[in-house]
Design a protein around this ligand. Sequence first.
Ligand SMILES: O=C(O)[C@H](O)[C@@H](O)[C@H](O)[C@H](O)COP(=O)(O)O
Length: 252
Amino acid sequence: MAPPNVLKFETEEQVAVALANYIADLSAKFIAANGSFSVVLSGGTLIDTMRKLVEPPYISSIDWSKWLIFYLDERVVPLDHPDCNHKLAVDGFLSKVAIRDSNIYPIKEGLSPEEAADEYEQRLKHLVANKTLRTSAITGFPKFDLMLLGMGPDGHVASLFCWHFQRFEKEKWVTFILDSPKPPSERITFTFPLINSASEIAMVVTGEDAADAVKVALGPHALYGYPLPVQKVSPEGELTWFLDKAATSQLK
Ligand SMILES: O=C(O)[C@H](O)[C@@H](O)[C@H](O)[C@H](O)COP(=O)(O)O
């Protein structure tokens, strides 16, 4: 992986503006090259930070009909539950753009976390088999066009947490956790081999709470010691960080 692009902005608003421009450019690029644009969403504040996409010019310039939506992680709750990342995405973004429901892939309801993870992985395997998703020539894992990652104050990404074994999973595409330190406790999550097979990853990190983990991930000691999950984010393609001043306040 090439060194990450680290883009620092004064305000979260400026992060949102830059993120929309970055996503719109990638949408045009991947649709021109492959006829589709596969986008994987995180939960948390990411959906709000994507808000500029549902405003002019992007609301009319982006070819939404070619977008495919997936989830990096999902809480194992009903799809209409307030804790559901799919509900968060629908309410804040998907309900405002013309992406076909058939191109949006929420998890299957009513399953156990283990069953939900297996079912999601099987669905991804089907999409690889029917050529909806491309695969990495290096890893053989699905190669999503763009993954949009948030990062928790402890440096977690998706539902891969520092002191939990899921961060070390090497075989599965999707796994599950029953004791997430970030509630709710039961989730499914993409694994690092799947995350790192992406063409593009955007780390979208704003706010003071992230500052310590940003310091560890991007500061002078980034290569020392026990890496945070966020430090394992290393796509085959480009990694770009979008940070506001608050998030970089601990960086010297
Ligand atoms: O399901 C989740 O909770 C998210 O996918 C999670 O990984 C989130 O991206 C980080 O916890 C950052 O959350 P904030 O953006 O709210 O800080």
